[in-house]
Design a protein around this ligand. Structure first.
Ligand code: DC
Length: 230
């Protein structure tokens, strides 16, 4: 068998704290953080900018070869991955509730998944990355050395998302955010291609009631333990 790829995959539903945890784990390991959701968000934003109906798979597929998506590391703990779409920074525009829902919809399209999966594999080919998303352990990097599936109750996840949006100065309707989280989970888990699910060899961590630091330590523990075993 070939050597496992030096990649940590962290998958799980929205609002579970994947990005904060992945960023910190990457920093501790000296790995690069790969935010795959940011790429789906960039495609969604471009569809909105071009007024493309997400149901028009052919039209969406046609814009994919023309897209240039670059990811830059966040400059502070409070920031997410910075995204440059065709030379223009769109880091804020891609993180609105509207684009979140649209990203979930475009991510169900086969051509979008294959184009982005290919790009993600290229980005991770040299190893030493922490890849975060919905299918990084199942589809993008099935040969990853360490796989984590993070989960938490929808209520806890909605609370975290509400806090994040408020910190960014956005007005939020709490019931609406919870409903969006529940809908996005259902859509992400029930789609035919690369649905959200734990890889059979993933370690599951339920972060309900855990602090970010505790989860980070658990993930690092998995890496260290499996390194010893290997
Ligand atoms: O992680 P996020 O909220 O930024 O992801 C936005 C959407 O992109 C999410 O609803 C599902 C989709 N996504 C995906 O299908 N596969 C991934 N690997 C990452 C994200």
């Amino acid at each position: 068998m070939s050597e496992p790829l030096a990649v940590v995959t962290i998958d799980g539903p929205s609002g579970v704290g994947k990005s904060t945890i992945s960023r910190r784990v990457a920093a501790r390991l000296g790995f690069t953080y790969l935010d795959t959701g940011a790429m789906y968000r960039a495609v969604a934003l471009r569809c909105r900018q071009e007024n493309l109906a997400i149901t028009n798979e052919k039209a969406v597929a046609a814009i994919l070869p023309l897209l240039n998506i670059r990811l830059l590391p966040a400059r502070s703990e409070q920031e997410e991955t910075r995204v440059i779409l065709d030379g223009v920074e769109v880091s804020e525009e891609i993180r609105t509730p509207e684009i979140s829902m649209l990203a979930s919809a475009v991510s169900a399209l086969g051509p979008v998944r294959s184009a982005l999966t290919r790009m993600q594999r290229e980005m991770g080919a040299t190893g030493k990355i922490v890849a975060e998303g919905r299918d990084t352990g199942t589809v993008v990097f099935p040969g990853a050395a360490w796989k984590i599936y993070l989960d938490a109750s929808p209520e806890v996840r909605a609370k975290r998302r509400i806090r994040q949006l408020r910190e960014r100065g956005e007005e939020v309707n709490e019931a609406e955010i919870l409903a969006q989280i529940v809908k996005r989970d259902r859509d992400d888990s029930e789609r035919t291609i690369a649905p959200l699910k734990a890889a059979p060899d993933a370690v599951r961590i339920d972060s309900t009631g855990m602090s970010v630091d505790e989860v980070v330590e658990q993930v690092l523990g998995v890496v260290q333990q499996q390194q010893k075993a290997g």
